[in-house]
Design a protein around this ligand. Structure first.
Ligand SMILES: NC(=O)c1ccc[n+]([C@@H]2O[C@H](COP(=O)([O-])OP(=O)(O)OC[C@H]3O[C@@H](n4cnc5c(N)ncnc54)[C@H](O)[C@@H]3O)[C@@H](O)[C@H]2O)c1
Length: 245
């Protein structure tokens, strides 16, 4: 995706879950826009390929693990000396009707989405405060706002991310840090795991009549990460072709 609008040179952008899908396109966007870009993912093989492709630094880390997250942020600080932009995008699905969800599948989904968002943000706050600047963009979902059959764990995690976003926005505003969320809808491997009949049903309900290319999510995130968007905080921006209207 050509990017002439924003210049993030001199800034460090961290994107989690960036080995593929939406995260990879967000990483590509920031790298093209001149940021020192760091891709975080727990899939080491795909991460290596993605980092080479995008021209970014790859750090293998598990966002559901505090030690792993804290080490990753220390590594970023040792490399670029700053953290300006954090995109909490890593995600997993463990879909089942609620009465069939195991404790393990419940904890795993909450631990990656809500837990990962919390852990990364917490680890970055001291640096944001010192810089008196920061941009956090979290990735929530239509499901977090409206629920979805088979996704009680995911809906809980994504709704939790909205509450977290607004709370963090209130707590961090005085330090020059904005915290926002996008609610995406893009054609990725995560979407391809949805059964075809269900997928067709969803596409038919999107006013735009199609799923987005993941790069279309990056454009919205770039805007929220820009200095120009400094008065926007605690917002949840649907980037979903009108699905949630
Ligand atoms: N694709 C959509 O339409 C859509 C819709 C709503 C929300 N989302 C959200 O957007 C985000 C990205 O979705 P996607 O479709 O690109 O998914 P994806 O499955 O293609 O990519 C998710 C990435 O996160 C990584 N990841 C998972 N658990 C991790 C962990 N513990 N630590 C580090 N990395 C981890 C995976 O390895 C993968 O590279 C997710 O949060 C998802 O819930 C996507």
């Amino acid at each position: 995706m050509g990017n002439l609008t924003y210049d993030f040179s001199g800034q460090t952008a961290i994107i989690t879950g960036a080995a593929r899908g939406i995260g990879l396109e967000i990483g590509r966007f920031f790298a093209e826009a001149g940021a020192d870009t760091v891709l975080i993912d727990f899939d080491e093989n795909e991460l290596d390929i993605a980092s080479d492709q995008v021209g970014a630094k790859g750090i293998a880390a598990d966002v559901s693990n505090t030690e792993s997250v804290d080490k990753a942020i220390a590594d970023v600080m040792a490399t670029t000396g700053r953290v300006d932009i954090l995109v909490n995008n890593a995600g997993i699905l463990r879909d089942k009707v609620l009465w069939k969800i195991s404790d393990e599948d419940w904890d795993a989904v909450l631990g990656v989405h809500a837990g990962g968002t919390f852990r990364l943000t917490r680890a970055c706050v001291p640096h944001f405060r010192q810089q008196e600047f920061g941009r956090v963009i979290n990735v929530t979902s239509y499901t977090g706002l409206h629920g979805n059959t088979g996704q009680a764990n995911y809906a809980t995690a994504k709704a939790g991310i909205i509450g977290f976003t607004k709370t963090a926005a209130k707590e961090l505003a005085r330090f020059g840090v904005t915290v926002n969320a996008i609610s995406p809808n893009a054609e990725t491997r995560m979407v391809s795991s949805i059964p075809p009949d269900k997928l067709a049903e969803i596409a038919a309900g999107i006013p735009m009549g199609r799923f987005a290319h993941p790069s279309e999510m990056a454009a919205a995130i770039g805007f929220l990460a820009s200095r120009e968007a400094g008065y926007i905080t605690g917002a949840v921006l649907p980037v979903d072709g009108g699905l949630s209207m």
